[in-house]
Design a protein around this ligand. Structure first.
Ligand code: HEC
Length: 160
């Protein structure tokens, strides 16, 4: 079909309508800016308890308990699934956080391995190496495998 004057006119009108519409909607004008936040000094400092553990002071020595952490005396080894070395692993891991955090995870051995590395690199966990690391990975991968293998399938997740 030829691109005649009639088509050109229609196109121009359509364009004009679109521009006027956008202008009326305010899309072409500067949006009002939100008020500037108060200067940092004026803001109250957050209570230490409100800070995420990762945001607190970095732990100086490997395996140091994050400042402010109070062990929950109600958290006991039985809160982790049964398995060899559960007791030792419980005390090691709950030096820094509740066993809840561990129990909520379900990972393959490979992903647990990555998580231990992350815990050491990022959160100052004492490095686990050699047979010691194997022992932890044996327990974690058997006691807390991916949920799919524990009879639960999350229909919204397609990764393990
Ligand atoms: C030196 C302290 C420390 C030790 C020891 C430690 N963790 Fe952690 N772990 C952390 C911190 C800090 C976080 C982040 C907590 C948060 O995000 O609230 C974390 C988070 C986690 C998470 C949650 C990860 C996620 O994706 O949200 C899991 C699972 C976990 N740890 C497992 C373990 C296991 C298993 C052990 C024992 C082998 C262990 N941790 C020992 C400091 C530690």
């Amino acid at each position: 079909m030829a691109f005649g004057p009639a088509r050109l006119a229609t196109l121009c009108i359509a364009l004009t309508v679109a521009v006027l519409g956008a202008d009326k909607a305010g899309w072409l004008r500067d949006k009002p800016q939100p008020p500037a936040p108060p200067p940092v000094a004026a803001r109250p400092a957050p209570a230490p308890a409100a800070l995420a553990p990762a945001a607190r002071e970095p732990t100086a020595s490997a395996g140091a308990v994050p400042p402010g952490y109070v062990r929950d005396s109600a958290d006991v080894p039985a809160n982790l699934p049964e398995g060899p070395d559960r007791e030792e692993i419980f005390w090691f891991c709950t030096a820094c956080h509740s066993s809840d955090l561990v129990r909520r995870q379900g990972l393959t051995r490979e992903r647990w391995d990555e998580l231990l590395t992350w815990m050491t690199d990022r959160h100052g966990m004492a490095p686990l190496e050699g047979t010691e690391r194997d022992k932890y990975l044996d327990y974690l991968s058997q006691a807390l495998p991916p949920r799919r293998q524990r009879g639960f399938t999350n229909p919204f997740l397609n990764r393990e």
